[in-house]
Every structure is written in C-alpha cells, then in structure tokens.
Design a protein around this ligand. Structure first.
Ligand code: NAD
Ligand code: TYD
Length: 377
C-alpha cells in the first residue's frame, strides 16, 4: 500500500496521524486532504510540511467530483477518514453543518473511492477505507453499582484486568448505537454508511470508535485546552451542570498509534473500540488541570480554583462514556503508552509553551491568512 489519503489532517487528531505516518513510512505518499475550516490549521504540521512524502490538498469532502479527481490523481490505495465537524456544542446550534460534512461528506468520499477502486484491474485488493468514529454513538452509561458502592470503584474489563470505573457497564464493539446529540447522530449515520459499503459492494472498510482525546494542537473550544487557556488569562472556567459527567480520556498520540496498528493489521469489516480505561468526573479533572497550570505558572497552590464557575448544563448532556478496549489489546497488542498524570503534565506544558499557537487560533488570524492564501482557488 503506497498512496494514503488522510482527511481532516490539519485538525487535532488528524495532524498527529499525518505526522506519525509521514515520519514512520517514508515509502508511503501521505496526502492530507482538508477544507481548513475554523478547526483546520496547517501550523499543526510545520515540522513535516516539507517532507518529500507529504502533500496537502485543500478540498471539501462534500465535493464529490473533486474527491473522484483526487482518488485518480494520487492513485489512492488507502483512506483514513477523520474530516468532520467535531464539537457537540456547535452541533446543538447548527446541526445542518454536521449532517452535511459528517454524513454527506463521508458518503461522497465512499462513493468516489468505490468508483475509482472498481475501475482498477485489482479492484478492492490491497485497498482500505478506515473510518474514524467516536464512542459518543453508543449513547450514555449509568453510574451505578448493584451493591450501592460509591464510584469510582474497581471493576474488571473483558480482558480480565482491573481498573477504576464510575459504573459497571462499558461500551463494547457490540453495544447498540443510541446517539443523543446532533454530533453523535451524524457520526452514527456515517458509521452505518461505511458498514453498508462493505456489506453492499464489498468495500474493505474498518470503523473505530474512540473515547475523548487530549493533547497538543486541540482547538481551544474543547474542555482541556479551553480551561488551560482561560486559567492562563484569569478567565472563568464554565463547568456544565454540576461537573458530575464522566469521560474516558486518551492521549492523542496513543490514538494515532492505535490507528496505525488497525490500519495495517485490523480485520476488514470489523470494529475496534479505542479507550484509555481512564475515567474522570469533569470536576475532578478540572481540579487536576487547575493544580497543574498553577504549579507550572508558579502561582500559589489553588489560586485559580476561584475561576471555577458552574453554568447551565449542556442540552442532552450524556452522563458517562467508558470504553472497553480489551479487543484491541488482545488482537493487536495495543495499549495506552502514557499514564494520565504524565499525559496531562505534557499537555499543560505544551499549551503554556505554545501561547502563540493558542493566540493565533483564538484570534482567528490563521483563518484570515488561509482565506487570502487560497482566494480564488
Ligand atoms: P477537529 O475538529 O480538530 O478537526 C477536524 C478537521 O476536519 C479540521 O482540520 C477541519 O478543517 C476538517 N474538516 C471539517 N470539515 C471538512 C470538510 N467538509 N472537508 C474536509 N475537511 C473538513 O476534529 P478532531 O478532534 O481532530 O477529530 C477528528 C475525527 O476524530 C473526527 O471524525 C471525530 O469525530 C473523531 N473523534 C474525535 C475525538 C476527540 O476527542 N476529539 C474522539 C473520537 C473520535
Ligand atoms: P468536550 O471537550 O466538549 O468533549 P465531549 O462533549 O465530546 O465529551 O467536553 C468534555 C466534557 O466537559 C463534557 O462532559 C462537557 C464538559 N464541558 C464543560 O463542563 N465546560 C466546557 O466549557 C466544555 C467545552 C465542556
């Protein structure tokens, strides 16, 4: 497999996947296809942009004709599809954009790949369509223990390992879809289309569902970078509801490593859940962030706790997400490489050391820059 199309490669997770593939596979040509929406930023890829095995194409995945041209021009063998609208709060305000990009965009890419691959003598031989999805399609989990034990408590994964959790139930690859937000509904619909292209046309597809990612280059509308940036500027930290919701956090580089392993060795037509067995109640996570930022800035301990502000809850706010990623561990030997404390420390340091990147994306400067650079194209 030689020519790999990565969509959404200028975004948060996509940029880590592009970096990993460009550096690790000098024999592959990596084509990064991105529309450069507010969330796409080529500054995320400065360190690899001049590598000979890397190319960038600005395009909209919804542009079906253009997807066909790109498939043919670059003779694409494999696709890792990350391009999407990704923020739940935006989806509540503007669901149409999510249906357009996440559902119609995925369908347009699937159909373009189908027509191109079916035109080749080898057809689907050696080809892959790998779709990146989210655990949010599974809905929300309860926070209960049958004996009334207060969470978090120790529980057992299907692989037999013990870890801390806020409930007895997990998302498995077999869990029924039950999306609640326009974002997760649009991702669920796109997952169904991908599977339908395997079942109907025999396209070699793979779908993975991952938990919440954190790390460098995440757009500061998501919890962790937003709060680091707000603490830095002494601005309020808006905690939705009572901060009781639970998320399972994974360092983004570990997600990219999982994508690499699954792209190369995952079973066709299969699904893998990716998660960190690392559940945090929002308010506890926020306190860790506050302590870490204060310590690294040399502020008195607990100084920024006063910025914590409870605000109206997100509509339809899912209570708990928790992934069981035992299958991925057992079949492909993947495990998270970082302990959470180490990952958070690295992440906070990165945002504090890269204030210019943060200022750029929060001021919208880079968007204006790209609009000018690509004007008329
Ligand atoms: P992001 O918002 O940071 O990046 C999305 C990228 O897609 C941006 O570069 C944007 O310019 C591009 N894009 C958006 N619309 C496009 C279009 N119509 N055509 C071409 N490019 C377009 O998102 P992310 O957090 O990096 O998420 C990437 C993928 O991973 C998404 O599919 C998301 O659903 C999934 N995912 C994210 C998380 C998470 O915690 N962030 C967890 C699990 C799964
Ligand atoms: P987010 O980073 O938006 O990811 P997702 O909604 O996809 O899980 O939010 C993570 C959690 O933090 C979620 O429970 C919502 C909560 N949250 C806040 O309490 N305040 C905020 O300002 C944001 C952005 C999120």
């Amino acid at each position: 497999m030689k020519n790999i199309l990565i969509t959404g490669g200028a975004g948060f997770i996509g940029s880590h996947v592009v970096r990993l593939f460009v550096n690790k596979y000098p024999d592959y040509r990596i084509v990064n296809l991105d529309k450069l929406t507010y969330a796409g930023n080529l500054n995320n890829l400065k360190d690899i942009e001049n590598k000979p095995n890397y190319a960038f194409v600005r395009a909209d995945v919804c542009d079906y004709e253009r997807m066909g041209e790109i498939m043919r021009e670059y003779r694409i063998d494999g696709i890792i599809h990350l391009a999407a609208e990704s923020h739940v709060d935006r989806s509540i305000k503007d669901p149409f954009t999510f249906a357009r990009t996440n559902v119609m965009g995925t369908l347009s890419l699937l159909q373009a790949a189908k027509l191109y691959w079916e035109s080749l003598p080898e057809r689907y031989e050696g080809k892959r369509f790998y779709h990146i999805s989210t655990d949010e399609v599974y809905g929300a989990l309860e926070m209960t223990h049958p004996e009334g034990i207060e969470p978090p408590f120790t529980t057992t994964a299907s692989s037999g390992e013990h870890h801390l959790a806020y409930g007895r139930e997990f998302f498995y690859e077999t869990t029924k879809y039950d999306p609640h937000s326009p974002y997760s509904a649009s991702k669920a619909a796109s997952d169904h289309f991908v599977r339908a292209f395997h079942d109907t046309y025999g396209m070699p597809t793979i779908v993975t569902n991952c938990s919440n990612n954190y790390g460098p280059y995440q757009f500061p509308e998501k919890l962790i970078p937003l709060f680091i940036n707000n603490i830095r500027h002494g601005k309020p930290l808006p905690v939705y509801g009572r901060g009781e919701n639970v998320r399972d956090w994974l360092y983004v580089v570990d997600h990219a490593r999982a994508i690499d392993a699954i792209f190369h060795n995952g079973r066709i037509a299969d699904t893998y859940n990716i998660g960190g067995f690392n559940e945090w109640k929002n308010i506890d996570l926020i306190r860790v962030i506050v302590r870490t930022v204060d310590r690294l800035l040399g502020n008195p301990e607990g100084e920024s706790e006063k910025l914590i502000t409870y605000v109206t809850d997100r509509a339809g706010h899912d209570l708990r997400y928790a992934i069981d990623s035992s299958k991925l561990k057992e079949e492909l030997g993947w495990e998270p490489s970082l302990q959470f404390e180490e990952g958070i420390e690295k992440t906070v340091r990165w945002y504090l050391d890269n204030q210019e990147w943060l200022d750029n994306v929060t001021s919208g400067e880079y968007e204006k820059y790209y609009e000018k650079m690509y004007a008329g194209r």
